[in-house]
Design a protein around this ligand. Structure first.
Ligand SMILES: *Cc1c(COP(=O)(O)O)cnc(C)c1O
Length: 388
């Protein structure tokens, strides 16, 4: 009997372990030289002028919206097909999200739907595209609409390391972009995130707000020649800094980011070929020449041709000891968002239909070729047995 194959696992090597050990021996556990190194490496990797490490993508998105000036009474456009973190940070600032339906092929925010609502609301300040599964949103259309309406763009790139749009790296195309290094993401530090931007003013503000509204961070404080005890508070900031322990993982994970992407892309190709003739739709790739991070592999079940629904499929996979997941339960179905904005399930019909059919299969570099084959064989068996 084979063992349980989890839905996601990080791939950590000796380099990460040695770096963490070195950090522990150094005694500098919180934000210090390793974090500074990780920020430098990350900025270079993306090709962005500035990178700021934070303790999660959620905190990075919060800082980003604060920096571009989102506040009480403002509105921010985003997709219903995302994790609640994208929208909750809008509420942290006393603003409200305007949810938008998705493109039925890519599951990314639909620019046509954005156009439809652009004139219907006052006080829209920003738009937050989410590069679902690691496939870029239509950034040209989004940029055009944002420019016409004078909105800022803050990208949720939690899935999108590394991802390109028409050959350009995500992270170089908008006001601010935020990445996640949560344990299941494309590179992992356990908890962690990174903000990138080419705008020095935004970076200065986020750097201050990242650590209590202090005008210089602890690292500068202890290495500058000004008296070590002196600092000034210029705003009621947050506690969002990254630890050097997490950065130690990040430094080495980042070096493998392209190799990890290639491995996930290879797995996606195996899945696509194997599932081509089954009653299921494999993920659509909008621009095959662009880099897709393949953080997720979302299969759409053709329920019309099956005797089982998505939930039963997941149970059957679990009986075969294969972990799966669903991305996402659309925000407008969750009690908080539903009740606050009085949403009905079919307010966003595309996202609802995609949700009912969606199942995310394991896709991560720690999987062996045999693991990939096992997923293929199991999915094939279950779908064949339950075809009408
Ligand atoms: C994981 C995720 C986040 C939050 O990332 P954290 O680093 O856990 O805060 C935000 N948005 C999306 C789309 C995610 O998948």
């Amino acid at each position: 009997m084979s063992s349980f194959l989890p839905f996601a696992l990080p791939l950590l090597g000796e380099d990460e372990i040695t770096e963490v050990t070195d950090t522990l021996r150094s005694g500098w556990l919180t934000t210090g030289p390793k974090t500074a190194q990780f920020e430098k490496d990350f900025g270079a990797f993306i090709g962005a002028d500035y990178a700021l490490a934070v303790n999660s993508a959620t905190s990075g998105l919060h800082l980003a919206l604060e920096a571009v000036g989102v506040g009480k009474g403002d509105k921010v456009i985003t997709t219903t097909n995302t994790f609640t973190a994208t929208a909750e940070v809008i509420r942290y600032l006393g603003a409200d999200p305007i949810l938008v339906d998705i493109d039925p092929k890519t599951f990314n925010i639909d620019p046509n739907e954005i156009r439809k609502i652009a004139d219907k609301h006052e006080n829209i300040k920003a738009i937050m595209p989410v590069h679902f599964a690691g496939q870029s949103c239509e950034m040209d259309a989004i940029r055009e609409i944002a420019n016409e309406n004078n909105w800022k763009i803050v990208e949720d790139a939690a899935h999108a390391l590394p991802t390109t749009w028409q050959g350009k790296m995500i992270g170089t195309l908008s006001d601010i972009t935020v990445y996640s290094f949560y344990v299941t993401k494309t590179i992992a530090t356990g908890e962690g995130g990174m903000i990138v931007s080419n705008n020095e003013d935004y970076i200065k503000r986020m750097k201050v707000m990242r650590l209590h509204g202090i005008s210089r961070d602890a690292f500068d404080r202890y290495t500058s020649d000004k008296p070590a005890w002196f600092y000034e508070i210029i705003a009621p900031g947050y506690k969002y800094n990254m630890t050097d322990i997490a950065a130690s993982l990040g430094i080495h994970q980042l070096k493998k980011a392209h190799a990890f992407q290639e491995r996930r892309e290879w797995m996606a190709k195996q899945y696509n070929e194997a599932f081509a003739d089954l009653p299921a739709t494999t993920p659509f790739v909008a621009h095959p020449d662009d880099m897709h991070a393949w953080h997720l592999y979302v299969l759409q079940l053709e329920l019309e041709s099956l005797t089982i629904n998505r939930d039963q499929f997941i149970e059957l996979m679990a009986e075969e000891k294969i972990g799966t997941s669903v991305h996402f339960i659309p925000l407008h179905l969750h009690p908080y968002w539903r009740d606050r904005y009085d949403f009905k399930p079919d307010d966003f019909p595309v996202a609802l239909d995609v949700f009912n059919r969606a199942v995310s299969l394991p896709i991560y570099p720690k999987m062996t070729d045999d693991d990939v084959k096992r997923v293929i064989d199991t999915v094939t068996k279950i779908l064949k047995v339950h075809t009408k």
